[in-house]
Design a protein around this ligand. Sequence first.
Ligand code: NAD
Ligand code: LMR
Length: 325
Amino acid sequence: MKKPLKVTITGAAGNIGYALAFRVAAGDVFGPDQPVILQLMELPMTMGPLGGVGMEMEDCAFPLVHDVVLTDDPKVGFRDTDYALLVGAKPRTKGMERSDLISENARIFSTQGRAINEYASREVRVMVVGNPANTNAMIAAANAPDLPRERFTAMARLDHNRAIGMLAKKTGALPGDVKRMIVWGNHSPTMHTDLTHCTVKGQPAMGLVPEDWYREVMVPTVQRRGAAVIEARGASSAASAAASVVDHVRDWFLGTPEGDWVSMGVHSDGSYGIQEGLVYSFPVTCKAGTYQIVPGLEVTAFGTERMKVTEKELQDERAVVADLL
Ligand code: NAD
Ligand code: LMR
């Protein structure tokens, strides 16, 4: 039997955390033969509901779950953890932008970055979901100086999956027929969906949809999808967000499918002219807990212009949190 992986989920009694913890426990992330020890974290005032999550976890009798730790103490929650999924943070409500959450959420990630630096496994992988996710991932990494910053990533997968879903619907294909989607940049209204290299059933996507639909409908719809869900549901996306965390971490751990790539918020190494050190969504391939930014892709003039806009927004967010870096 494999050694259990320790998996921390912060905000585990929240909307996303509640959906996510049971998928991890069922083997949907690390595979059907990989045992896990779940280290579920909450705030002191939410330890009551977290106790209920613990009861339900026990009641599921998942064969892969070797232990469940419920805690509000970062020292316990991040102790020796192999995967830290940082979900716990305030969500936005109607009329807000994700960047409006910086003042409330940023400090969570400097504190947790320091705790991860001190207590986590030296091989830890960290994924940030709490918004604004890209900047929060940069903050967490900056506060964990003993760990390589490549271990800190931010979720762009929900945007990637939204773009796939939308294109599949438009072309009458299945989501699984869509390959090589890219969403560049910040998880925000400036993110840029790029179909230049995307295929549907092996056919170039740009030949299957009108260019003005792509530019004037698809790009803004993906940018604004989070707000549209909040408007309709009265709460921010949760099941789809949890499913995207599953996809992000599974692919990071087990690898991306041959011939395809995924969008992931990672520290820029200067690729595609994006300022080094920003956490920016790039197309990446993954293998056994590592990722590589897909090199040398052609970018159109339209794409270059949009990629700069979202880069600028990340630079502005970084300036706001300079005291935490
Ligand atoms: P929620 O309010 O339902 O749950 C958040 C939970 O986190 C709460 O139970 C809260 O008690 C807990 N929490 C807050 N601070 C914590 C801390 N320091 N340590 C541990 N737990 C803490 O919110 P939600 O809908 O689950 O969303 C969580 C976050 O994810 C929000 O910031 C939301 O904007 C973000 N989000 C990001 C994406 C993305 O694509 N990156 C998608 C959806 C939501
Ligand atoms: C999303 O994209 O659904 C999340 O980031 C939640 C939000 O605030 O839009």
